[in-house]
Design a protein around this ligand. Structure first.
Ligand code: FAD
Length: 328
């Protein structure tokens, strides 16, 4: 069969791949559900160097097979090399479905793989299901968050990308899977990594914070973040934000929500955040949610434990003073 030909009948298996190990583990629960429904096997592809321990962990989490390509040249992610390996494996072992972690690296990898295989690719799926014909259906948010689209495939393999924290990591459930070590020759990358420097992260990570005071587009100027900082300091917390403050205004590099950090503080104060589904998806595990918004119809009030209707520029300083008095 020629590469790229759509062989609807012959393919089998659900594959999971992400260069981020946690994300690969998260996708295994959904992968298992789909594999069981299709009565096929669940496999993980693991690419890297000295990664046997990860292979063992994938087996512990219930995969039937790990296709392991362990090679010094694959120590760091490089799209050409990883693409070459995945493509080779897909041609030889013919998976029916491939779930690829939707990371900065995974998205271009999935798109290029789909192009090479002449297959369809549905990016950023927040839901996955199997229809009555045994076909995968990916669901993704579209039209700037105001609609969700269900997309089915006309070709195989059916390739989707899945963002982090969309699916829960399953409980470990070793089914006695096997590790298949493969010696795939990695393609020579066309770029070289000159250096990698870890970013310096100051303070507490959003995921670990007990109190988060978070701002949205209701905040007018960058310097007004100080208002949130002041309240967060009094409460011993950190400042968070909605996605547009990072992506559009570039005030922050990270954000809270479906495509950002999923947080679980004891207290989450959403200031000037409308509270649409993509934001709320990241704060569902917060113990107490407080919404501060001048629009009493704002969706944040549907999920908030406490709601304050009003101008954040008046409420934040007043709250800070009140807590200061209360907490001494
Ligand atoms: C695929 C996809 C993934 C996404 N992922 C995320 C995500 O992970 N996280 C995320 O946050 N967004 C995400 N979004 C964007 C999301 O759809 C919304 O656009 C975004 O959450 C809105 O941010 P906001 O609430 O800050 O702004 P807006 O929706 O503009 O809300 C601003 C709010 O501030 C209020 N306000 C204005 N002035 C004041 C004031 N002075 N005092 C009090 N209240 C005031 C307004 O009433 C309004 O409710 C995603 C979108 C897509 C398409």
């Amino acid at each position: 069969m020629e590469e790229g030909e759509s062989d609807l009948g012959e393919r089998k298996g659900v594959w999971v791949f992400s260069e981020k190990h946690d994300l690969a583990l998260e996708m295994l629960g959904k992968g298992r559900e789909i594999a069981d429904k299709l009565q096929t096997e669940l496999a993980a592809v693991l690419i890297g160097f000295n990664v046997q321990a990860r292979a063992d962990e994938l087996i512990e989490y219930g995969v039937d097979k790990v296709y392991l390509v362990d090679n010094k040249t694959l120590e760091r992610f490089q799209v050409e090399s990883y693409l070459g390996v995945l493509h080779d494996l897909a041609i030889n072992y013919k998976p029916e479905i491939m779930l690829i972690g939707s990371t900065r690296n995974g998205r271009p990898l999935a798109a290029r793989l789909a192009t090479r295989l002449e297959a369809g690719c549905v990016p950023e799926c927040t839901r996955l299901s199997v229809d009555e014909h045994g076909q995968l259906v990916g669901e993704r948010i579209t039209y700037g968050g105001s609609a969700s689209a269900k997309i089915a495939f006309k070709t195989k393999p059916q390739i989707v990308t899945v963002p982090a924290r969309v699916f829960e990591k399953p409980e470990p459930r070793n089914r006695g899977g096997q590790v298949i070590r493969l010696d795939v020759k990695a393609e020579e990358p066309k770029t070289a990594i000159v250096s990698v420097k870890p970013l310096e992260i100051s303070g507490v990570r959003l995921e670990d914070a007990d109190v988060i005071v978070s701002c949205g587009r209701g905040l007018e100027k960058r310097e007004d973040v100080r208002l949130l900082d002041d309240l967060a300091t009094v409460l011993g917390g950190v400042v968070g934000n909605s996605r547009p403050l990072a992506e559009d205004r570039k005030w922050f590099t990270e954000w809270v929500g479906l495509s950002g950090h999923k947080v679980k503080p004891k207290l989450y104060i959403a200031c000037g955040i409308s509270g649409v589904i993509q934001h709320v998806a990241g704060i569902r595990d917060a113990k107490v949610i407080v919404g501060i918004n001048k629009d009493e119809q704002a969706p944040i009030f549907e999920i908030a434990d406490y709601g304050v209707v009003g101008n954040l520029y008046e409420i934040l300083p007043a709250l800070k003073e009140a807590f200061k008095k209360q907490l001494g």
